[in-house]
Design a protein. Structure first.
Length: 166
């Protein structure tokens, strides 16, 4: 048993060395990019190391089929991965603060309350309350400010009833 295991290791080492020479790479791990994996893409070098001991017949077959018996061994495309969250989306339009203020003034001129609500920055209810008091002291009526106060208090109350802190 030990002699067949040693013979398998020598045979696989020989195949790997032949594959490395044929591809012209520097390291043994570089041949992984030429061996397709079961789930698409190429096999990981850890998987190849594991196959050496656990499934040497499969590794032998992969190396001979895709590298040694191939006229021109082709590199396997990597497995498609999901985009990371930190990557910037290219289809998103970025607006400056000035752009948003201009759109907000256009929405006010058009009387589009839904757009006004979306474009106004979210404020703390205490800050809105202070601004309301200042507008009352100066005898100004600001329905947008009052509406945002009503919405923030309503949101705060609904969150409080649901058991979430506001």
């Amino acid at each position: 048993m030990a002699s067949t295991h040693a013979h398998d290791n020598q045979e696989i080492d020989s195949l790997i060395n032949q594959a490395v020479k044929k591809i012209g790479c520097k390291k043994e791990n570089d041949i992984c990019r030429y061996l397709p994996g079961e789930n698409g893409g190429y096999i990981h070098h850890f998987t190849m190391r594991k196959m050496r001991t656990e499934n040497p017949a499969k590794l032998r077959q992969l190396i001979t089929n895709f590298i040694l018996h191939s006229d021109k061994p082709a590199s396997v495309a990597p497995k498609p991965r999901a985009a990371r969250g930190s990557r910037k989306r290219r289809d998103q339009i970025l607006f400056t603060r000035i752009d948003i203020e201009r759109m907000l003034s256009m929405a006010r001129q058009a009387g589009d309350s839904d757009m006004i609500r979306k474009l106004t920055p979210k404020k703390d209810p205490r800050q809105i309350k202070r601004e309301l008091l200042v507008s009352v002291r100066h005898n100004r009526v600001e329905p947008d400010l009052w509406q945002s106060y009503v919405e923030s208090v309503g949101h705060q109350n609904s969150a409080h009833l649901a058991g979430f802190p506001a």
